[in-house]
Structures are given as C-alpha cells and as structure tokens.
Design a binder for this molecule. Structure first.
Ligand code: COA
Length: 331
C-alpha cells in the first residue's frame, strides 16, 4: 500500500498583528520578540473560528487534490482550541464541507496535533479501512492566551492547515511508486510526566459541591524547559525516523518543523549537521500556531512550487503533552 499527500490548503485570519502593535498594549518590543523568537507578526481571529478556518483550509486542500467532499472517508483535526467540546471540530468541518461519507474526530496533541492526526490517518489507510483522509491542524490559540502574560501571548497566532492523504494499491501503486513512494516512515512519542511545563487547564467544575471553583485557566509555560525539551527531543526523533526510512540527513530536501521559535529550528539544524536553508520558516509571519503550523508551512511550500515529485522531506511536530512526532515523506 502506498500512502501519499495529494493536496494541501491553509487559511489564516484576515487580521495581522505586528510586534509593534503588541508593544502598544503591553510592555514588550519588536526587538525583544524578534531577537528571541524570530516572530515579527501573527494573524489573530476576529470573525474567524477554529471550524471556519479549518473548513476553508480543507476546501482549498480538496481543490488542490482534485477530490470531491463526498469522496472523503475520514476527517481528523489536530486541535486544542475547538469551538465546542462537542461537536468536535472535525464534525463541524464535515458538516461545512458536506463530507457526508466521512467519519470525523479530533486529536489533542497540542503542537504535535497535525502529525499525530497524520499518523492516525496513515494507520487507517495502510490497513485498507479507508482510502481518502482529510488531515488538519487548526487553532484559535488567541482565545486561551493570558493577554497580560507577555512571556507567552506574544508567541502564538491563529490559523488552520490541511492535507488530503490517499492510499493506492495494486496496479496504481506500482505505477506511482516509480515517481514517489509517499509516506516512508513515522516516529512518535509522549512524555506525560513533563506535561505541566506547558499547560492549560480545561473547564472548571462548578457543580453544587464546589466551594471555591478554580478561575478559568490560560496557557502557562516554562519557556526554558520547553526549549530544552524541543532541542533535545526533535533531533533524536528525526534521527530515529530517518533510520526507519533507511535514509540519512543528506537525503532530505526540506525539514518542515513545527514553528515555535527560530532559535529552536536553528539549534535542531545544527544538531543534525544540516544546512539551515533546508529548514523553511513561516513563524516570522504566523507565530506559533500549534497544530496548524506544520500543515500551514507545508501548504506555503506547495503553493510556492518548492516541492517536486520524489523530493524527500521530514515533517516534525512537538509540544504540549509533552508530545512529538516525525515523518519522512516522498512528495
Ligand atoms: N517582552 C519583553 N520582555 C519580556 C517578554 C516580552 N514579551 N517576555 C518576557 N520578558 C522578560 C522577562 O520578564 C525577563 O525579564 P527579567 O530578566 O527582568 O526577569 C526577561 O525577558 C527574560 O525572560 P526569559 O523567560 O528568561 O527569556 P528567555 O530568554 O528564556 O526567552 C522564550 C523566553 C519564551 C522566548 C524562550 O524561553 C522560548 O522560546 N522557549 C520555548 C517556548 C516555546 O517555543 N513554546 C512552544 C513550544 S510548542
């Protein structure tokens, strides 16, 4: 069975907020944010919702793939900021697209959410249960930020990215595999013991037994611990997934990493002994959009014509949970 990404799409909110805009409402500066993170602006939702951005990204991905909504067998959305606890963001996307034949559900793996969703879809496709999957990362992180905490709120943005993934077998597989073998390997892990270094508590319990209900919770982060986790775990995960694929760092055209911080990306490049040019960047204009950052970057690359049939790329996501996942894909 050959599983290939056959289309991508993305959607960012209309409103752009620069570092200078933030400096007008809190004690920060473009110099501080840009020099420590590489972020210069981000898109923040006003009219948009997680489901509306996800649906638009999905429509664009289906168009890119040349697939009709009723051909989709499953929709998986990686998100921690769905608009409702139920229905899931994936069920909302199904409704908005009219993807009546799809099974739909969300995955909570924070910034690794898209990669977890992609791996889950891959497992369903490889076993022949389904043929066509719509895989998304979609977030409205601005609604779970503490806008009085300058050390976290300046880092994040909103947006959605999507990929259509399809399985091919038999004669079709044989024909296609000469050009590209699609997904070659996955590697994935979690470390719940360190989960509290990047956390956001869920809804508070206000049942009649509660005397002192908790206040609503926003994202809280030990930035330096998250940084240390990222720069050690991501290169190790990439080495493992390359080994599974029987490839080396030198075989890879691009490393499509979760966009948290430019210094993390540069450190990963250095530890892999890979050329920094092989690490495309979107965080300068998007900030960290958690589960959406890998598919949004992938779509930007696709639209710019940076990817040719047969190119080998690594995709890697990491973040809250703690979670991480990497894949090697032949485009
Ligand atoms: N503007 C100006 N000053 C700020 C600021 C802001 N937005 N945020 C924090 N500061 C200040 C702090 O108050 C502190 O001041 P002090 O020294 O007077 O106490 C100073 O800057 C340094 O703060 P610190 O937290 O030590 O900075 P840092 O060098 O560790 O950088 C991060 C902070 C968040 C940029 C960095 O830790 C990081 O990128 N971590 C990874 C986070 C991440 O990527 N998370 C998502 C993963 S999915």
């Amino acid at each position: 069975m050959l599983t290939r990404i056959i289309g991508t799409g993305s959607c960012l909110p209309e409103q752009i907020v620069t570092n200078d805009d933030l400096a007008k409402i809190m004690d920060t500066s473009d110099e501080w944010i840009a020099s420590r993170t590489g972020i210069r602006k981000r898109h923040l939702a006003k009219e948009e919702t997680t489901a509306s951005m996800a649906s638009e990204a999905a429509r664009r991905a289906l168009k890119d793939a040349g697939i009709q909504a009723d051909e989709v067998d499953m929709i998986i959305v990686g998100t921690i900021t769905g608009d409702y606890i139920t229905p899931s963001a994936a069920c909302q996307v199904q409704d908005k697209l009219g993807a009546v034949n799809a099974v739909a559900f969300d995955i909570n793996a924070a910034c690794a959410g898209f990669m977890y969703a992609l791996h889950t879809a891959y497992a369903y496709l490889q076993t022949g249960i389904y043929r066509t999957a719509l895989v998304l990362g979609a977030e409205t992180l601005s609604k779970i930020m503490d806008w009085t905490d300058r050390s976290t709120c300046v880092l994040f943005g909103d947006g959605a990215g999507a990929a259509v993934v399809q399985a091919f077998e038999g004669a079709e597989e044989g024909k296609m595999s000469k050009e590209s073998r699609g997904v070659l390997a996955f590697e994935q892990g979690s470390d719940g013991a360190k989960g509290m270094v990047l956390s956001c508590r869920g809804r508070v319990n206000n049942n009649p037994l509660m005397e002192n209900p908790f206040a609503p919770s926003y994202v809280s982060m030990d930035g330096q611990e998250v940084y240390k986790f990222a720069v050690s775990t991501v290169p190790a995960s990439i080495h493992r997934v390359l080994e599974k694929a029987g490839l080396g760092v030198g075989d890879i055209k691009y490393f499509v990493l979760h966009q948290a911080n430019l210094r993390i990306i540069q450190s990963v490049a250095k530890r892999l002994k890979a050329d920094a040019d092989k690490f495309p960047v979107s965080l300068d204009h998007c900030g960290n959009i958690s589960a959406a950052s890998v598919p949004v970057l992938l779509d930007e690359m696709n639209r710019k014509g940076m990817l040719s049939r047969g190119d080998k790329i690594v995709m890697s996501g990491f973040g809250g949970g703690l979670t991480w996942a990497s894949a090697v894909v032949e485009w």
